[in-house]
Design a protein around this ligand. Structure first.
Ligand SMILES: Cc1ncc(COP(=O)(O)O)c(C=O)c1O
Length: 357
């Protein structure tokens, strides 16, 4: 029997979540963020699922855009990091990709493209995140200086550092700084990703960039109460069962010791599949609709779980690591990380199976 480890991708959830986020978009449009292989869900699959829903797709780098084009995706694509080298600019134009440009060198590369081969350019503005973008004060002058490549269709893009925290005044400061640039240039804007779209109505712009909410994970640090549906169920099957006596230990470095006679199931998923090695004993998993707990270190290809309290467990039974029955946000908290990291790290060894119902 082949290994049963898999990530079920729930197409209906992705579609429903994206539609739900459209209701929050106001007068603007939403682009679906499918960078990092659509946060581990499969960029081509997600683009196909959203072909009638998403006005555009966003990727981080041009290579990700090319994969979509090769798969026949025709919708506009926005490349969030812009070009990393000059030759990407004409390529972007040929492939109908918009480059979000964040430094002068990139503007020069675009300017040097041959006539008729210049890509569409949006401008990244640093309103306080201090990661990428032009300083707010410099933007109006840049827009005039590069009026040959920045036109009325260009959009000012900024990113909010703390939008997941709806009480954090830093977002207000970022919006204030950015709005001055917006007024001075009169250009369209793209500010909000999922947390902004949900938590900060004033950040909704002409284009919202929707990532995590579309994948069904919580965009805010406090529960938003949104009816989002998990888009990925990570599953693996039990490949061995054994009884261990009270006092015996399980796994590498003997980190888990049985407090009673126990039944331990070995499950075919490990850190090489993207289930983090530092996941602590006690982290929940679902077996036969019930919670069981991780027992001992995560190995490269396997984990061990305590199924003592679950009746009739058998080899071959499926275990859910996160998904519809166990929210990825809860598992991310156990791992001391965020949902984004867990879902993007599911490795290529795990087949993605797209289900439409
Ligand atoms: C520039 C930018 N825009 C949009 C997004 C999407 O954010 P979210 O997944 O929170 O919706 C990201 C995510 O990393 C990003 O870096």
């Amino acid at each position: 029997m082949s290994r049963q480890t898999r990530a079920i991708i729930h197409a209906d959830a992705i579609e429903d979540n994206f539609r739900l986020m459209k209701k929050y978009a106001g007068n603007g449009q939403n682009m679906a963020v499918v960078k990092a292989d659509a946060y581990g869900h499969g960029a081509v699959s997600v683009a196909r699922i959203l072909r009638n829903e998403a006005a555009a797709f966003a990727v981080a780098i041009i290579e990700e855009a090319l994969l979509l084009r090769e798969a026949g995706v025709r919708a506009p694509i926005v490349v969030l990091e812009g070009p990393h080298q000059a030759l990407e600019c004409e390529l972007a134009a040929r492939e109908n990709c918009t480059l979000v440009v964040h430094q002068r060198e990139q503007l020069e590369w675009v300017r040097q493209c041959r006539e008729g081969r210049k890509p569409k350019v949006w401008l990244k503005v640093d309103s306080g995140m201090h990661r990428l973008g032009f300083d707010c004060e410099r933007v109006p002058a840049l827009v005039s200086e590069y009026s040959d490549i920045i036109d009325a269709d260009s959009v000012l893009v900024t990113h909010l550092a703390c939008a997941d925290d709806t009480a954090n005044p830093f977002t207000v400061a970022q919006l204030h700084a950015f709005n001055k640039v917006r007024e001075a240039t009169g250009l369209g804007v793209s500010i909000a990703s999922s947390p902004g779209t949900v938590g900060w109505p004033q950040s909704r712009g002409d284009w919202n960039r929707i990532g995590i909410a579309m994948y069904g994970a919580e965009p805010l640090s406090e529960a938003s109460g949104l009816a989002l549906k998990p888009a990925m169920s990570l599953q693996a099957s039990i490949i061995a069962l054994r009884k261990v006596k009270r006092g015996e230990t399980v796994g590498y470095s003997q980190t888990w010791q049985a407090e009673r006679d126990s039944l331990i199931a070995t499950v075919g998923i490990g850190y090489a599949d993207g289930y983090p090695r530092h996941m602590p004993s006690g982290t929940p998993v679902i077996v036969k609709g019930q919670r069981a707990a991780l027992a001992g270190r995560v190995s490269m290809d396997m984990i061990t779980i305590d199924v003592t309290d679950i009746a009739d467990v058998a080899i071959g039974d499926f275990v859910e690591l996160w998904g519809k029955q166990l929210l990825v946000d809860e598992i991310a908290r156990c791992a001391g990380t965020i949902s984004y990291e867990l879902i993007t790290r599911v490795s290529q060894r795990v087949p993605r199976i797209v289900r439409h119902i």
